[in-house]
Design a binder for this molecule. Sequence first.
Ligand SMILES: *Cc1c(COP(=O)(O)O)cnc(C)c1O
Length: 365
Amino acid sequence: MSGREIEYVKQAFESNFIAPVGPQLNQFEYSFCEVSGFDHCVAVVNGTAAIHLILRHLGVGPGDIVLASTLTFVGSVAPVLYQGAELVFIDSDPNTWNMDPSLLEQEIKRLMKLGRKPAAVIPTELYGLPCDLDRIVDICSPHGIPVVCDCAESLGASYRGRPSGVGSTAAAFSFNGNKIITTSGGGMVASDDAKLINDCRYLAAQARQPVLHYEHHDIGYNYRMSNIIAAIGLGQLEVLNDRVKQKRWINERYREGMKDLPGISFMPKTDYGKSNCWLTVILIDKDVAGFGALDLIRALEAANIESRPVWNPLHRQKIFASCRCINTGVADLLFKIGVCLPSGTSLEGRDISRVCQVVKQLGGE
Ligand SMILES: *Cc1c(COP(=O)(O)O)cnc(C)c1O
């Protein structure tokens, strides 16, 4: 927390709007539009709900196919199954680790020939690095396929000079406890399409008809964000730029601290966009480094430092065993040799040095 959140929460209490409506909620949505670069948005309970609402609005349902990144968090695609649609996973581009646009293009062509136009494409912006959105939109828009950008990890990143996600049909954001800014739990649907946002707002509040009595023509969800939670979000939005700066600084310190270590490389940078560096991730070439990703995770653990493997690709999960994956082995390799390093914004230079020291010692330096 930045310290300012509690003031906004106090204001929320004073307004007595302890509900999923209120002035803080309105202000949070207004401010989020400014920060995210989208014309319209609606605040919801979490990022997974945000994706679910977008898919519901798009009419995704049984018999439909949705194409999604395989190297991502399950929340990105669980809503496809809530809607009873079929998932096809797309592997990562080795140069960005994000959805490979060439593989996407091939698969769309193949499906179009079969007369099975995909109902949506969900690219994730992995660890804060924007996907190549213009290319993905260029592939999808001639066929009228909507692009739902999973920006849960990329708030504050930029793509070709604009905020990440802008240019997609709609984007989903998350304010979960682990994200670059947090409201404890929360999410946002953002889009330039006012109709889409109005429909998501309607569906998120039990799809109530705009009449005095309770009248329902559709089944909706109880997905609206609470005014109290939005108050926390107001305080967090004010420090987003600082958080991004800190995350990028942490990333640079790691790069500096490990620059001469054999067998260690970092998540790629791209010329089309700038990551918010939500997490700093390294790859370890075991043959060169003399130790592997799991060895490092264990050595860090022994020094009381928490780290994690890269996302376990979704096509490897038991629950998605029946889903097709356009698999070139990239995500599988990243999972095998990647380590997400401690990246919290409370880290100081000496903390990062400690992590680098463990890596050096493991390499026998
Ligand atoms: C966190 C996350 C989500 C889900 O967000 P929640 O707010 O936790 O529901 C979806 N996709 C990605 C890539 C995420 O990192």
